[in-house]
Design a protein around this ligand. Structure first.
Ligand code: IPE
Ligand code: IPE
Ligand code: MG
Length: 238
């Protein structure tokens, strides 16, 4: 199999660099997070207009609880203040909002807001905008293993499909393109199962500066990749 990579169905973005964006301007880190939040919808629209069906954005990791309490509170407050507006914007633009990650550490009020936001546009048919909040691949896999055990599956019945169906991303296709902005070259516990065969794209652009040109650059880079999934390139059988 040699699938020419054209438009990815599923793009995942590690939205990194908010803190540095603010620090460069002598501003508190939380201002960077606010600016970062403002990029979410325009970037989702840019990917949607270019034919991408699923966009998963890493907003808060299971490790981000290690940050100072004031920053964690600010990030939770931001989610709480923007989730409804984002759901309305998705409703208007025929996007479907989804959350992946642990919700049980969030306050009951925030959980209710998240639930209402997701229900608001569950009928939409365009891009699925998936926010990864309190998300970590390892937590997700442990949870999936527990779920399979609780269902009493015999060892023989455990296969890749059963695991995939027990992940937060159940029903979504694998990640085709994973973009990390902010200059770091690591996955930081993001979608390690789903991105097993993703094309990786790293950029120094800080998330609050991420614009349509960066979307185009990432998609252009993806289109030049040759995806082989372990097989040989087409015609190379000698
Ligand atoms: C990403 O920006 C957002 C979150 C992790 C919540 P950072 O806050 O990690 O920004 P930098 O990496 O410190 O610049
Ligand atoms: C990854 O960024 C998590 C998010 C963007 C939400 P981090 O800034 O938390 O990752 P590390 O600490 O550089 O690995
Ligand atoms: Mg960071």
């Amino acid at each position: 199999m040699n699938t020419a990579a054209r438009t990815p169905r599923h793009v995942a973005v590690i939205m990194d660099g908010n803190g540095r964006w603010a620090r460069k301007r002598g501003l508190p880190r939380v201002v960077g997070h606010q600016q970062g939040v403002d990029r979410v919808h325009p970037v989702a629209q840019a990917f949607a207009h270019r034919g991408v069906e699923y966009l998963t954005l890493y907003a808060f990791s299971t490790e981000n609880w290690r940050r100072p309490r004031s920053e964690v509170s600010a990030l939770l407050r931001l989610l709480s203040t923007v989730i409804e507006a984002e759901a309305r914007a998705c409703l208007r633009d025929n996007m479907r909002l989804r959350l992946v990650g642990r919700v049980d550490q969030l306050s009951p009020e925030l959980q209710a807001k998240v639930k209402a936001a997701i229900e608001m546009n569950s009928e939409n048919t365009g891009l699925t905008l998936c926010l990864a909040f309190d998300y970590g691949s390892r937590e997700e896999l442990v949870r999936a293993a527990r779920e399979l055990a609780l269902r009493g599956l015999s060892p023989d019945a455990v296969d890749e499909e059963q695991i995939a169906r027990s992940l937060y991303t159940a029903g979504m296709p694998d990640v085709d393109l994973l973009v990390r902005c902010g200059g770091e070259l690591r996955l930081s516990n993001f979608l390690m199962w789903q991105a097993a065969y993703a094309e990786l794209c790293f950029t120094d652009v800080l998330w609050p500066d991420f614009c349509d040109t960066d979307v185009d650059n990432a998609l252009e880079e993806y289109s030049r990749r040759s995806r082989r999934f372990g097989a040989l390139p087409k015609g190379d059988t000698s």
